[in-house]
Design a protein around this ligand. Sequence first.
Ligand code: SF4
Length: 287
Amino acid sequence: MTKTQQTKIYSRPSQSILSPASGFIQAYDFTLNPYRGCQYGCSYCYAAAFSPNAEMRQDWGNWVIIKENAAQLLQRDLERWYKRHDAPPSIYMSTVTDPYQPVEAKRGLTRLLLEVMLPFKPCLVIQTRSPMIVRDVDLLQRFRRLRINMSIPTGSDRVRRDFEPRSPSVAARLQTMAKLRQAIAPDKGYPPKLSITITPLLPTFWQDCDRFMAQLAVVDRVVIQPFHQASDRSLVASTRSDAIALKTKYAWWYDNEKQSYQQFKEILDRQLSHLEVREGQAGFGYE
Ligand code: SF4
């Protein structure tokens, strides 16, 4: 085990790397998570529930397990896929970690997996909140069917600092999408589809709204999803206790959450009429 900036980093062989997709993204063949754990440690992260044990769940955000044999497993699985199928698989990377969290800068596992995948021509969706993805433009532009989903749950950096203080700023993420749009032009490669996923929808201060809307226009699709899918489960199933205190801090939004959501959606529809605005599961498909 090594430690970087308080993160405990473990390197372990994994039993598998491609998992059959289910639930929200069941339209895909597989999910692909290069790491277990996530250094961003967002307060609302449902993935904490999949920690190896209760202690690590409590310590979410402070540990990462590198799947050290991920590239070999992926190569094997993709070869097996083509023995049984003519069409390429569809893969969602990632669902319970961020493939471009800080540890990726040194370890390069996500980059290695992209290299493995390229000759197999999968339909690939990458979900991240990290500007580091720009590092891999040389590979990304060679995927014919690629969608990049950038998570930006709020247009207000003050809110971002409360709910996900370790994650990149809102401005950095928006700039990343603009860079990707510019860097992967048709004369340089296959331009990817670009989405911003405002999921879960966190409060955005109304004074930040207009600027945020204007900046969203760089992508093809915007996806929103309420913070709580089921109000009776509230924050308990998907987050740690940190988020409950935050909900209180943002009572001006959460006391009328349905109305706040609806108002935000109406602004999106009005100001981004030239974009796809999708809600929930419908927003996570490749097409
Ligand atoms: S970046 Fe994603 S996986 Fe990582 S802690 Fe935040 S919500 Fe969870």
